[in-house]
Write a protein that binds this ligand. Sequence first.
Ligand code: HH2
Length: 279
Amino acid sequence: MAGEFLLMGVVNVTPDSFSDGGRFLDPSAAVAHGVRLAGEGAAILDIGGESTRPGADPVPAEEELRRVVSVVERLAAAGTRSRLSIDTSKAAVARAALDAGASYVNDVTAFRGDPAIAGLVAERGVECCLMHMLGEPRTMQEDPRYDDVVSDVKAFLEQRLAFAVGEGVPEERVTLDPGIGFGKTLEQNLELLRRLDEIAAIGRPVLVGTSRKSFLGKLTGRDVDDRLAGTIATNVLAYARGASVFRVHDVAPVRDALTVAAATVAAPWTTNPTATTRS
Ligand code: HH2
């Protein structure tokens, strides 16, 4: 059943992210962008210093630290109401970001890249998002195969949730993410969205990240900067299927769309004539 939703605004401090690479590499530009997204209604700002687009090369920890820590510090000092999330799979980067004011860890490897992250999340008592990815960014789009994509992703997320809990992370602090676009064909992405209720049935909040992704371009023929309509359609549908956290580049329009979707789902059936009166 659909209910409340949270928006996670993307702040990529990278030269090579697929949709905004290089735009916010300068820390001041990244901070200004984060403040803007916070003002638009992002409950969480997700700060990342390593692109995970298909084909991306890994970034050494020192470079990732250099990109993100000052941005986290300055966003924390900016006093927005948004919580700060660090988008990383390295414990050293997560630790420095938590020290600088972050309170959420978004790990696209679901604690497989650097298992020490799990203990850190447990020790600091922060929340985390665990995402499904098949393989690694460099090669993940090379012929991804599943027995049944939804059952396989669900089993993976259940197993990673169990790992996190075993490392001392309370279950209530974990959000799960099917990893749209991470080792999935167009059809596999669509099937995951269509059957998202099966992932939500695990019983943890579900995050989806469809924003501007290439499967939207494949369906519409639109370039990366022109995929907002597809982003909105998929987020509204995911909301209706039980997702509650939405990782997006365009916070204001997605917020409007989800506000309307949420009001519509929540509204009791009515024959009240004023409801159909146009002003
Ligand atoms: N998608 C991206 C990055 N991080 N985290 C979660 N939990 N879920 C996602 O779907 C997700 C994510 C990719 O988007 P973006 O950050 O815009 O691109 P890049 O990885 O090229 O920086």
